[in-house]
Design a binder for this molecule. Sequence first.
Ligand code: F0G
Length: 422
Amino acid sequence: MPSRFRCIRCGREYEPGSVFRCECGGLLEVVHDPMGWSRSVVDSRLCPMGAPYSSGVWRYKELIHPGLASNMIVTRPEGNTNVYQRRTVSEYAGVERLSMKHEGENPTGSFKDRGMTVAVSEAVRQGAKAVACASTGNTSASMAAYAAQAGLQGIVFIPDGEISYGKLSQALAYGSKVVQVPGSFDDAMRIVQEVSRDLGLYLLNSINPWRVEGQKSIVFEMLHQRGWEPPDWIVVPAGNLGNTSAFGKALSELLELGWIDRVPRIASIQAEGAAPFYKMWKSGASSLEAVKPDTVATAIKIGNPVSWEKALRVIRETDGVVDVVSDAEIMEAKAVVDASGVGCEPASAASVAGVKKLVSKGMIKPDEDVVCVLTGNLLKDSDATIGYHTGKLKDLTPKQPNAPIRVDAGSMSASLRRILGE
Ligand code: F0G
């Protein structure tokens, strides 16, 4: 039977189309048929030279979009991101076994490419002419690139003046139409849903269940890289909650297949000023109350995350936790990750800052095995990095600034000796 959509509330099933909510209001997810394929199939795909199986997404095709014809696949290819261990970062966070899976190594510099290759391929299958998304920057950069490759018109809605220039420049350069919306990401998200319905645009935010299917491959690939040996924890920054949702779905599917024998706990980390999911989880409320978001980590500056229902289910099912970190904690963690030579954008560092916080609370034990997901590349938000190192970020005194130094041309050697402490 082909893959289908199922309501996470009432279980009603639909043929995959462009409606992403059930009649009862519940969110939809993709369900596939149990398959007669095995781990040896994906093992044999580890080193192929060509698309689509050289992709760290399409290597797991049967778990992501089994029915899709190969000639519909729009791939760069994506994934195949590295896992790093750095002593300085482990010491900072307070756990010995800390790995960072660097999703900033994807083609457009963030994890979004994993969901986008799947959802844009589905758009092609459906014969879409134009695709749309709201974005805090990375989704729009990714969508614009994949839309260009597929020959589709992209239209992105961004909160005016709220996204980093690196990301805005990608969307413009790849040729999407960029609409600047007054207000926040949440306003843009509401508008894009209305406009997509009215104009028949294929919506590519993570409310589209195919995006979530693609993002499951972060977990598939990470476990594959570890010989299918699960860590104790997976720690992930949380904004619109697509990743949290995808990670839980990936883990429960692997458990059901018997590829793993236990499920790591998921920790979703929000920025203190944009933490509606944390507030709901902490208070035990049954539904999410939107907030007005404010954080230096613009990628996760989201007050009304669309996938909270899926994410809540994941936190419950994985015995997970939700926590918050301040902007200062995010930027200090980023400085440590950056100075280790790995580097990431601010939102990504919420994961490492989150580990430090959870260790200090005794929630994560120092001898546990922890994987942080770094969601975006260091180059995505150079303003934040330079602002930190020059001490120009609002309400934040950097602990380890490394500002550029101005020297007189005439006394260069003397000045350099002084700088280097000779
Ligand atoms: N990290 C980065 C770098 C992001 O760009 C995002 C989301 C997140 C984390 C949060 O992930 O939404 O799955 O919880 N960025 C979206 C965008 C909203 O429009 O680029 P999530």
